[in-house]
Design a protein around this ligand. Structure first.
Ligand SMILES: Cc1cc2nc3c(=O)[nH]c(=O)nc-3n(C[C@H](O)[C@H](O)[C@H](O)COP(=O)(O)OP(=O)(O)OC[C@H]3O[C@@H](n4cnc5c(N)ncnc54)[C@H](O)[C@@H]3O)c2cc1C
Length: 443
């Protein structure tokens, strides 16, 4: 394995300190591989709502030594009830047997907490904030790829990882090179499509007399749908008496094409006020006369995000010394709770592939990237399809179109039980890759 000494040169440069980038950083830290993370945001802002933590990610958390911390901030979800806005029950997703089937329960966490837990595994000087990557340069005869930031800094990397989200600068630069060489598949040249717009946030601690659902020992997870429009909205109770919430609106086909003007590639409050106003009189999940406005008002305005929900699975995941993980190579609707879990598992498989590189030759790097992509692409495709199905289910008008059979996806590549034996071979971050649920009732 090569070493590098220059302050600006690293074995691995990771672009993006989101969940995928942080997880990869944490794994490279354990594997003692030199790396730095470049993040365009100037500081961490606790944006976002809640995320599901899949059994696979829990197995990884054990291997990373963060499971106890994770448990402190999660609640088990046993069911997601789906109801109309008058609280008539439509059906549910049942997670009760996840523990039995997958070895771990279904857990829900605020995104910002998971972000903090992963960031705690990385020395502070290895995440550089205020570094927006705008271009990369690489050539076959060069031993490194050059990474340029808007702020004028340059970094050199033997491997560059684009973990920089749906509008990945690394992907754009990589695809430009491929396009110039006539090597970019046509479908990858097409822009991301988006059909949903969403506002979301996590409240401050709430009064349990007003929100008695917070006293329940499990996460109260409910999705509401309108019978008359394509809004759907949901909430999850979280530890610390907070509630993560989200409102999603499915655009119609015409608006779809024209709504480029709404495009907001960065998570944040820009433009959120209008959609909050439009939806504040909706009944809050859990019913009992409360409104969505109560959850909105209990969330600091600057911590409410409005975001377009894009969908696209890119087929080209690597080129030369650059490789993509997470939303940078596939953007899926959040409806099935797969985005963060998929990004984290890709970080894991990429860390394994990088760890196995011995001489860091271009051929070895390419082979490592190929193994990584082969191990993940099929699941990413499945996750994108499933998320689309769930998006339809939650968009109300498409109940029959959205019918989705209960399905589990198992890829048995080891589990936490294998931890000890696996450790003898290498710092093994493999895990069982499982997603399971049962749809009940009337879908
Ligand atoms: C602030 C925030 C809040 C979110 N909240 C939710 C939520 O509540 N529910 C949900 O389902 N999903 C949420 N997501 C998305 C979800 O985290 C991702 O879909 C999933 O975790 C995949 O993660 P990722 O690491 O691939 O991308 P992301 O989590 O999107 O992380 C990408 C990171 O790259 C950084 N970045 C982007 N471009 C550049 C650049 N050119 N140079 C340097 N850095 C760059 C971004 O600032 C970001 O930190 C949120 C994402 C963010 C960034």
């Amino acid at each position: 394995m090569s070493t590098t000494s220059s302050a600006q040169q690293y074995q691995v440069v990771i672009v993006g300190a989101g969940l995928g980038g942080l997880c990869l950083g944490a794994l490279l830290e354990k594997a003692n591989i030199g790396y730095v993370i470049l993040e365009r945001a100037t500081k961490v802002v606790p944006l976002g709502s809640s995320l599901a933590v899949s059994p696979s990610v829990q197995a990884l958390a054990i291997q990373l030594g963060i499971y106890d911390e994770l448990q402190k901030h999660t609640m088990e979800a046993v069911e997601c009830a789906v109801v109309y806005e008058d609280s008539t029950r439509i059906g549910s997703m049942d997670f009760r047997d996840t523990q039995e089937r997958a070895g771990y329960p279904s857990l829900i966490i605020a995104r910002c907490k998971l972000h903090d837990i992963l960031a705690s595994l990385i020395p502070k000087d290895k995440i550089l904030y205020g570094k927006k990557v705008v271009d990369i340069e690489q050539a076959d005869d060069q031993p490194t790829v050059t990474v340029r930031c808007a702020e004028g800094d340059k970094f050199y990397a033997e491997i560059l990882v684009g973990a920089d989200g749906a509008y990945s600068g690394v992907r754009q630069a990589m695809y430009k090179q491929l396009q110039e060489a006539g090597q970019l598949p046509k479908e990858d040249a097409e822009p991301l499509s988006f059909s949903h717009v969403c506002v979301l946030g996590t409240t401050q601690p709430l009064d349990t007399q007003v929100w008695p659902e917070l006293l329940e020992p499990t996460c109260q997870f409910q999705v509401m749908m309108s019978k008359t429009n394509t809004y759907s909205w949901g909430a999850f109770t979280l530890p610390d008496n907070t509630i993560g919430w989200a409102v999603s609106y499915k655009l119609d086909e015409e608006a779809d094409k024209e709504s480029d003007v709404f495009r907001n590639a960065q998570w944040g409050p820009e433009g959120a006020a209008q959609m909050c106003n439009d939806t504040r009189d909706f009944p809050a999940p859990y019913g009992k006369g409360r409104t969505l406005g109560q959850l909105i008002d209990a969330t600091p305005k600057d911590l409410i995000s409005k975001i377009m929900l894009e969908e696209k699975l890119f087929t080209t995941w690597y080129h030369g010394r650059a490789v993509l993980i997470g939303d940078a190579c596939h953007k899926m609707l959040p409806s099935a709770g797969m985005g963060a879990n998929t990004a984290i598992m890709e970080a894991t498989q990429l860390a394994n592939a990088i760890f196995d590189i011995e001489n860091w030759t271009p051929e070895e790097i390419t082979n490592a990237f190929a193994r990584y992509r082969a191990s993940r692409y099929e699941f990413a495709e499945y996750a994108c399809q499933l998320s689309k199905q769930f998006g339809k289910i939650f968009a109300g008008k498409h109940l029959t179109e959205g019918t989705c059979p209960g399905k589990s996806y198992y890829e048995d590549v080891g589990s936490a039980d294998d931890e000890n034996s696996a450790k003898e071979k290498r710092p093994n971050f493999d895990m069982s890759l499982i997603f399971c649920f049962t749809l009940r009732d009337v879908y």
